[in-house]
Structures are given as structure tokens and as C-alpha cells.
Design a protein around this ligand. Structure first.
Ligand code: NAP
Length: 344
């Protein structure tokens, strides 16, 4: 019989995709939601995506900031996919308030998992915990790299994920007991959403499409398809040797924001009428970074090494991203049209 898996954050862009793939593989799935009022929406989304028998899915109400119900959530589960975390790309007024749920949340999940005898937890971390301080463009960024928490221009969101991952490894080493642990460190996740809910990462695409970027910064990006990220979590969960490892989730190669804009103009011209044809010179972004925090975050994206290796996931877990960067971006915008998020 297939084992039971807890997915935290079943309402999310990645969380719902994870539930879908686990159910398709025959697993029994439990998921946490912050409010049981979200249950019907998740069920409706799964139903609309071909899951007809929902008797293998159960819901538990749990918040990363509270102890309530985590024990119940873990009961009977062999694996936990710890996906839930605050995702935000705005600049918060209070840094601590945004970082705390991520850091305390993963520790709450790990403690409850250890106490319930869960075999393995896979944490959805972030590439922000890996590669933002490797600025030597002659090297390749791998899972050996760690971002410096004091890196100039590191966003509060990326910092929250970095500190959460560090705290998690520390906990597992010192208090984890028999609990197995691994992390998935995705770059920007795009691709088709199962519902009209999209994640903060879509802001890149939205801002290019809606013309709010009057001139497009020449920032290279690594992206990965949400379906590949879910698949990688399941592989890390199922593969014994993945215990104790980090895995970067990134498609092959990179694409710059002006290249993304050009792709949209040429392949989806009806959606791209507001897409700017101007590229912002790098010196201007660096100059703006002297005065403005958003520009400092952009300037870090410009400095960091985008030569990112996905070899470890491929070699150890047999992972193979399904599409090119271009295909993922086009699938993203086509799906946004389907869900009425953008109009033709
Ligand atoms: P999302 O759609 O915003 O999903 C975030 C999930 O976390 C939602 O289910 C949300 O629940 C839940 N959550 C947030 N704060 C919570 C709290 N205090 N207690 C319990 N649940 C809470 O974002 P996503 O893109 O799917 O992100 C999923 C994971 O991937 C996150 O860990 C994120 O850091 C990581 N990640 C994302 C990207 C990306 O580009 N999107 C890249 C790298 C890593 P509600 O529905 O109740 O808000």
C-alpha cells in the first residue's frame, strides 16, 4: 500500500501541484491549510484537473505561527513535504515579522515530524539560500554554495528562506534524532497554475506584460517549471540516498528579462502590446541602487552568477526538466489567459 504524505500549504501554487502529483501516483495525502474554508477551493481545483476520487485526501487546519494541530497533521505520515512559507516580493515594514513565520514555522514542522516518527521531511527552500553571494562569473553555482545573510541587496523574502533553511539543518543535526531531511532549492518558479491563484514569482511576468516596466533591466534569470519542482520533491522523498542533501531546482540555462520580453512580443503579440522594447542600462540600475532598496535588490540579481548547475538532481534523482525556459514562460502566460488573470 502507498504511504501517507503530508503536504503543508495545500492552497499554494506549488502545494496544490504537489498534491495533484502525489494523488496521481496513488499516495494518501494530508494537507495543511490555514483555514478549512480553503478546503472546497482546493478540492474544486483538483477536480478540475482530473482528480475524480478525492477520498485519499484529508485536510488539517494549521498555521506555521501556532502549535495547534501540527501533531494531528503528522499522525500516520511517512513523509512531510514542507512547502508552506510566506511568499512576498514587497519590501516589508517590519523585517522580523516576515522572517519569523518562515524560521519558526520550519522548526515547528520538524519538531512535530520528529515526535510523530515521520521518516523524512523535504523542505521547499529557495535558491536564495544557495547562490546569491557567488558573484564569481567564472565558476558554477552548486549546492555547496551558501548565500551570506548579510549580502547587500538580499531581499527580506530570500533572507527568510535562507535563515529558515539554516535553522532547519541546525535542528536536524542537533535535535533531529532519526528524522531524515533534505531540501529543494528552486530558482523562480513559473509554469501553469492549476487555478487562478498565482505566486509572487509571477510579478516578473506581470510587470513585463502590463507595461509597468518602462525599460526592462538586463537581468538574467534562472527559472523552473512548477511541475518539475513538484516532481523533484517526490523524487527526493522516494530516493533513500537523498537524505541529508540539498538539490537546486532549475531548468537548463537562463533567460534575461529583455529576452523574455522579446519572446512574448514575438510569440504572443496579442498579449504583448504593452511590453516595453527598451532595455535599462546596467549602470543606471547600479546608480539607482545607491538610493533605492528595490534597485539594490535588482543590482544584486545583476551581480550574481547565473551559471547554475542542476546536475545533482539529474544524476542522483534522475530528474529531467520537462521544458525549455521559453516553453515554461509561454505555458505560464497561456495559462494566465485560461484563468482570466490576463486578457488577450
Ligand atoms: P504561494 O502560492 O504563495 O504558497 C504559499 C503557501 O504557504 C500557501 O499555501 C500559504 O497559505 C502558505 N502559508 C504562508 N504563510 C503561512 C503560515 N503562516 N502558516 C501556514 N501556511 C502559510 O507560493 P508558492 O510559490 O507556491 O511557494 C511555495 C514554496 O516554494 C514556499 O516555501 C516558497 O518560499 C518556495 N519557493 C517559491 C518560489 C517561487 O518562485 N514561487 C521559488 C523558490 C521557493 P495561504 O493560502 O493560507 O496563504
Amino acid at each position: 500500500m502507498k504511504k501517507s504524505v503530508l503536504v503543508t500549504g495545500g492552497t499554494g501554487f506549488l502545494g496544490t501541484q504537489m498534491i495533484l502529483q502525489l494523488l496521481q501516483k496513488g499516495y494518501n495525502v494530508k494537507t495543511t491549510v490555514r483555514s478549512l474554508k480553503s478546503k472546497d477551493k482546493v478540492l474544486e481545483t483538483l477536480g478540475a484537473n482530473g482528480i475524480t476520487t478525492l477520498d485519499k485526501l484529508t485536510f488539517v487546519e494549521a498555521d506555521l505561527s501556532k502549535d495547534d494541530n501540527w501533531k494531528d497533521a503528522m499522525r500516520g505520515c511517512e513523509y512531510v513535504l514542507s512547502v508552506a512559507s510566506p511568499v512576498f516580493f514587497t519590501i516589508p515594514k517590519n523585517e522580523e515579522e516576515m522572517i519569523r513565520p518562515a524560521v519558526e514555522g520550519i522548526i515547528r514542522v520538524l519538531k512535530a515530524a520528529r515526535d510523530a516518527g515521520v521518516k523524512r521531511v523535504i523542505m521547499t527552500s529557495n535558491f536564495g539560500a544557495v547562490g546569491f553571494s557567488n558573484q564569481d562569473l567564472s565558476t558554477v553555482t552548486t549546492e555547496e554554495n551558501w548565500t551570506n545573510p548579510d549580502e547587500k541587496g538580499l531581499s527580506v523574502y530570500e533572507k527568510s528562506k535562507l535563515l529558515a533553511e539554516k535553522a532547519a539543518w541546525d535542528f536536524v543535526k542537533t535535535q533531529g534524532g532519526e528524522l531524515e531531511f533534505a531540501t529543494i532549492n528552486p530558482v523562480a518558479i513559473l509554469g501553469p497554475s492549476l487555478s487562478s491563484h498565482i505566486s509572487g514569482s509571477f510579478v516578473i511576468v506581470e510587470n513585463i506584460l502590463n507595461g509597468s516596466m518602462k525599460s526592462i533591466p538586463n537581468i538574467p534569470l534562472n527559472i523552473v517549471d512548477v511541475r518539475d519542482v513538484a516532481d523533484l520533491h517526490i523524487r527526493a522523498m522516494e530516493t533513500p540516498s537523498a537524505n541529508g542533501e540539498r538539490f537546486i531546482a532549475s531548468a537548463d540555462g537562463q533567460i534575461s528579462m529583455p529576452e523574455m520580453a522579446a519572446l512574448l512580443r514575438s510569440k504572443r503579440p496579442r498579449l504583448a502590446t504593452k511590453v516595453s522594447t527598451k532595455t535599462m542600462p546596467n549602470w543606471l540600475l547600479r546608480f539607482a541602487a545607491l538610493f533605492n532598496r528595490e534597485a539594490r535588490e535588482g543590482s544584486l540579481l545583476l551581480r550574481m552568477n547565473r551559471n547554475v548547475s542542476n546536475e545533482k538532481a539529474k544524476e542522483m534523482l534522475g530528474w529531467e526538466p520537462i521544458g525549455t525556459n521559453e516553453e515554461t514562460i509561454l505555458a505560464t502566460v497561456d495559462n494566465m489567459v485560461v484563468h482570466g488573470i490576463i486578457g488577450e
